[in-house]
Design a protein around this ligand. Sequence first.
Ligand code: G4P
Length: 531
Amino acid sequence: MFDEIKKRRTFAIISHPDAGKTTLTEKLLLYGGAIHLAGSIKSRKTQRHAVSDWMEIEKQRGISVTSSVLQFDYAGCRINILDTPGHQDFSEDTYRTLMAVDSAVMIIDAAKGVEAQTKKLFKVCRSRRIPIFTFINKLDRYGKAPLDLTDELEDVLGIRSYPMNWPVGIDGKYLGVFDRRKNKIELFAEDTTHGQVERVSEIFEPDDPEVIKRIGKENFDALQDDLMLLDEAGENFDKEKVDAGELTPTFFGSAGTNFGVQNFLEEYLRLAPPPAPHISSDGIIEPEDEKFSAFVFKIQANMNPAHRDRLAFIRICSGKFERNMNVWHAASDKIIKLSQPQQFLAQERQIIEEAFPGDIVGLFDPGIFGIGDTLTDPAHKFKFEDFPIFPPEKFARVQPKDTMKRKQFAKGIEQLTQEGAIQLFNQVGAGTESYIVGTVGTLQFEVLQYRLKSEYGVDIILTMLGFEVARWLKFEDGTKVTPTSLRGADRGMFVFDRNENPVLLVENEWSLGWITDNNPKLLMNPVPFED
Ligand code: G4P
């Protein structure tokens, strides 16, 4: 069991849409031997452009395209890559997936630098203090200078970087990379297959005269200058800082043309941590603890009406998972038999017999699981820490088309809130006729509409609201904020969350300025206050 744990690497790739996440994932599969020709995942992507297509794919496959957990072996490691949906399917699932990983790979487009979605995802990783590895992609094209990119990581994200390799050549025409740990230069042959197969390369000692012959004196000198600068003015490599998420090992490459991919994969697997311990109500739970434990990080409703099941995805934290085992479900205080566990290789569902800490298992969910639920061995009951709440950024008013269906509507909304699919708010004075729903991405509204119809038989009227910022409110002296005690409540929408906490929805951060200036004793938080 110890060996099984030590060889696992469970991570997610975070990036802004189009930076190359799909391409890099595919290349890792290629180098890992899980696929033989790159290009197969891409086809799924071209179909993914409209929401209606996404629903179609759900139906055809009977399983969400966003639920894939890829598992494969490479160099003695068992790799679990968790998909973090982006584009219009960006949702809380994307954030929650990051609760289940031990490290993250952040892809940056060399021409674009750090982009908006990357920033958001980075923040979540940072708050968990997990190691973050950076892959600067698309080096085959013109982009920003490598030093400017590493500066940008520090300026925009506030994380220091340690370049593990350094590009050789000039912008747009890089010829290879210098591996700083191995002190070797890797030069790549032309990519003649559009990245379909592994890229041929040759490795040289840095002082091999052949290197100058191949890359030219000018490139060689420029490389020496850069390396000297990195050694003198750059960060030192510090594994402790990497482990604490304070220093990001940075790689330069091109996923599209398989440039630097293998080097990245190998170094990443060497440095990335095996499954980490988790904090629980019974102290720290080590992966090596014999008794089984896991938590639910995602619930996927099946969109296919022929298979109306839901899958709850669990991350195993300790002990060995076995099919048909009995576990204690903390939220319901019940013993449950885990009889149809599923694991995913690419898009294939497989029934699995056993799994280990770090692994992800999909469980058939008859409607009992919620996000963040703990499952443990019945002989050792405890609860893992609650999941954080992520600031909602999109809001809509929802109401049933047919007022006679109010009951089913309320039930459906309640269930979906409990599941963690949406965040629910009540507008002052609106009663239960309509709700305000908050999400982190607009796709959640499509899903809400679809599920209320298919599972509860309720058509809804959905009106998008122009707010993008929610702030939980509290007065410094502890008195409760009410619509009348808040100056400027009418500049946004005053609502209450499920626990009757006051929240103000406004258009943008800028609108908050006025509220702050005119309510000097007011405290505001993007998520509920902890008290
Ligand atoms: P994503 O999952 O992060 O959204 O990005 P994805 O991998 O789909 O890549 C987005 C686009 O960037 C794709 O182009 C992809 O081919 C391209 N790309 C990925 N890696 C590299 C690289 O290293 N170099 C270059 N030049 N391009 C790269 P597309 O035009 O959207 O699709 P396609 O026509 O290539 O299939």
